[in-house]
Write a protein that binds this ligand. Sequence first.
Ligand code: NAX
Length: 326
Amino acid sequence: TKTPIRVAVTGAAGNIGYALLFRIASGEMFGKDQPLILQLLEIPVEGPQKALKGVAMELEDCAFPLLQDMVLTGEADVAFKDVNWALLVGSKPRGPGMERADLLKDNGKIFIAQGQSIDKVAADDARVAVVGNPCNTNVMIAASQAKRLPKDRFTAMVRLDENRGRAQLAKKAGVDIGQVSDLFIYGNHSPTMFADFTHAKIGGKAAADVIGDEAWLKNDFLPAVGKRGAAIIEARGVSSAASAANALVDHVHDLVTPGKIHSVAVESQGRYGFADGVWAGMPVKTTATGYDVITTYEMDDFAKSKIALTNDELVGERDTVKDMIG
Ligand code: NAX
């Protein structure tokens, strides 16, 4: 049997946490033969800590064979101690009338502290996946503080956007979801993201040819994927939780499964025209030890203009928090 891995989840008593923890513990993220220890972080406040205990009671009641232990805490250094994976879900939501810059800075403080704690106490092979928004900038901030760990260990989640896009293409074409491939998300996890339909395939053929309606792809599909999060809030009254948790299961599962090709927000290193140093969605192929970014897609002028827009937003976010990360 394998040695257990340690997995930290922040914001563990939140909505995504409630949809996520049971799936991790059942083996859907790391495999049905991989035992694990969950290290759950919530803010050190009575309400959330009490709710966290309740979630842990339910996890216990599932009698998951793979779940070997749980740590419940309000302290980052306890939560991240010796972890192999840190899933950073918790963040501060945007309050009424709050400026985006304030949101960036408030969350920046959380991710500075958590990046420092990961640097200090996590395992040498630790990897970090950020979900808490604005996730591209939060992961950049955390990575900036964790000097011990290579930057490619830090990723942010754009997989929900990829999954949303694949579902919309399958629906439009009237095919099973498995027929849709090569749809990748470029840039920010925000409405500016570019869901690159120009290279997507349906049943192995160019999606644009199968759908035969370029105007729909540009004017309906792209905004529908970009604004899907807002549409869910409008319908449910709260933001996507189960689908976000599902996307994180996919994100991490595919990062530990060699050969998988999927969208991940990674340090751009100038690829696809993104500014150096921002974290942008792009296609990666998982390897035995990490991943290779796929850099071979040729972008047409339309795609380039979309990438430029989402890059501008990422650069703006970076500029807003520049003073914090030094
Ligand atoms: P909730 O507000 O239900 O839960 C967040 C939890 O995080 C709360 O329990 C809170 O106490 C905790 N928390 C806050 N600050 C913390 C800190 N410093 N340390 C530990 N815990 C902390 O939000 P939920 O619906 O679970 O969403 C969590 C985050 O995911 C939000 O930032 C949200 O914007 C983001 N999302 C990201 C998505 C993506 O695709 N990247 C999609 C879904 C989601 O909107």
